[in-house]
Design a protein around this ligand. Sequence first.
Ligand code: FPP
Length: 254
Amino acid sequence: MAISSTQAVPETGAIPEHVAIIMDGNGRWATRRHLPRTAGHAKGVQAVRRVVEACGRAGVRYLTLFAFSSENWRRPADEVSLLMRLFVQALEREVDKLQDQGVRLRVVGDLSPFEPRLRELIDAAQARTAHNDRLNLSIAANYGGRWDVLQATRAMLAARPELAADPRRIEEAELASHLSMSWAPEPDLFIRTGGEQRISNFLIWQLAYTELYFTDLYWPDFGAEALEAAFEWYRTRERRFGRTSAQVRGDAPR
Ligand code: FPP
């Protein structure tokens, strides 16, 4: 069953165990430079590399990146196919490096509409890195939080059809165990680049108690230094999970 990070108050001042990022602003980064939007995505891949390395060094255990949302299919066809190509290239070129860095890769989302070649590469990369445990890198691709809650509900009822006749027996933890990232603790820190302050149907269930950090930097400009600034901000937060400040400080009954 999923370990929920809302069950206990984590140590304050710690590096977040799970960081989830919406990598926004690639298109605007490129447009500002009179480049095609696709150049921004290519630059975005370099930022992914920097952030994976920096998280590994800092001791983050889980890093989840929103690479392609269920809604991104609405973009112009050539942009969608460029994103798919970048994804294939990254899987072909970067897996050795992930392996050297002890990174376990997983891709989460509804992978059924992706080309067979991409799905094979995903399967191979996941299998190859399955024994690594330094950093768990998850790429959310054709992912949507509502899709996730819906697929979890369907999976739960398929596994235990008797629950449909008596829905009061459905426990939160049982549904959560069918979410696509049930093996990970909930994110401690959410980062969105690009200046918008929205969750945009990312991990809607899992972000319930997450600290939310927004920066105006465009994703291609994000790197180790910007990540450290987000961690510094995170260290100043007091996470209460519904408790009082006194309880969290330990000078009142827990
Ligand atoms: C948002 O910027 C970014 C995306 C929709 C795609 C993110 C993809 C990458 C960083 C590259 C591929 C990733 C991997 C893991 C290989 P936007 O296009 O919405 O920017 P805008 O808001 O400025 O238009």
